[in-house]
Write a protein that binds this ligand. Structure first.
Ligand code: 8YV
Length: 332
């Protein structure tokens, strides 16, 4: 019997998924959950055929060249800005991500953060815990309405559409969106969704949610100039990636009430958070938990495992980012 391929699991995941992988691979698992730098990963990956990653592991051209035995890079995340997919293709290395399985859970968090920002939930809780609630007053913790207002979505992919469904169908919101391309009428019409240009989105949204993949083109897409175009009563929510919003500019805009409030699940340079964001009251902050429910994280990990197992058993990896390597020039 030939030896099993060697798999490095760069971030520990659930035991049932590890057990499943163990049936097919000779495994090494990062059990202490350290986040490895690119160079540490290169050192660890010597002699490995495959790596199971999340969004923290940088898979670039240098790493691919320095790990000549590597044949598959499978991520349990939908966002893959940490993986240089064209370089993987050039090196004959399969790359896969984990779309769809986290769409609804991430949309739930996006909606929850938007509501928390609009209705000042975090501020209200801190107020109460700090013993400041001594009496009722007419304007105590008054925020913004959500129902019936205009929901703006930047990036109308799967998660954006799932948020739009919640807003339009559950809360009677008007939906406007900005995307590279207009969606098909059969997607737009049930939601009453309308494509607008970027400025139209900034100016027209009561609650703007960012659900855009990160790329150099989306870096600091929302900065001081864009925030200044928004309504002073608007909220901004980001469940996509840090770096799309200029966090320093956002903290300043929040402190000067340029917009009413924000909800952030992702940050530039996370897990570090810009210190100014920690001191402004009108922002709700969560530690990148968009997909964090047990069933969803389990499904994400299993989907990465499906891709890995298919790659080494002659199957079809279900969510390959570069399926062309399967027919043309995989690393042997
Ligand atoms: C992940 C994410 O939880 O899927 C993504 O792109 O950002 C999150 O859902 C996290 O980054 C682990 O991979």
């Amino acid at each position: 019997m030939s030896a099993k391929p060697r798999l490095l699991v760069a971030r520990n995941v659930f035991t049932p998924v590890i057990d499943r992988l163990r049936e097919h691979f000779d495994l090494e698992v990062n059990t202490d959950d350290a986040v490895w730098s690119r160079d540490a990963l290169i050192a660890r990956l010597q002699g490995f055929d495959a790596v199971f990653v999340t969004t923290s592991e940088p898979i670039d051209r240098t790493l691919l060249a320095a790990c000549p035995q590597l044949k598959a890079v499978c991520s349990m995340a939908v966002g893959y800005n940490n993986i240089d997919v064209p370089a993987c293709t050039e090196h004959g290395v399969l790359a896969s991500n984990a779309p769809d399985v986290l769409t609804e859970t991430t949309a739930d968090l996006g909606f929850a953060l938007m509501m928390a920002a609009a209705r000042r939930l975090a501020e209200s809780e801190h107020y109460l815990r700090a013993g400041k609630w001594q009496k009722w007053s007419v304007d105590m913790m008054c925020g913004q309405d959500v129902h019936g207002r205009t929901l703006g979505i930047l990036g109308m992919g799967r998660i954006g559409q799932a948020i739009a469904r919640r807003g339009a169908l559950g809360f009677g919101m008007k939906v406007i969106y900005h995307n590279r391309s207009k969606l098909a009428p059969e997607i737009e019409q049930p939601l009453g969704a309308r494509w607008v240009d970027f400025d139209g989105l900034l100016q027209g949204s009561d609650h703007l949610i960012i659900v855009l993949p990160y790329s150099p083109a989306s870096h600091h897409l929302i900065g001081a100039a864009q925030l200044a175009k928004m309504k002073p009563t608007a909220t901004l929510t980001n469940v996509a990636r840090g770096g799309i919003v200029d966090d320093a500019a956002l903290a300043q805009a929040l402190s000067q009430n340029v917009i009413a409030a924000a909800g952030l699940d992702v940050f530039e340079g996370e897990p570090a958070v810009h210190p100014d964001l920690l001191t402004v009251p009108n922002v709700v902050l969560t530690p990148h938990i968009g997909s964090a429910s047990i069933p969803t994280r389990m499904a994400m990990a299993n989907l990465a495992a499906d891709n890995l197992i298919a790659r080494f058993t002659g199957g079809r990896p279900p969510t390959a980012l570069n399926p062309e390597v399967l027919s043309t020039g995989q690393r042997g």
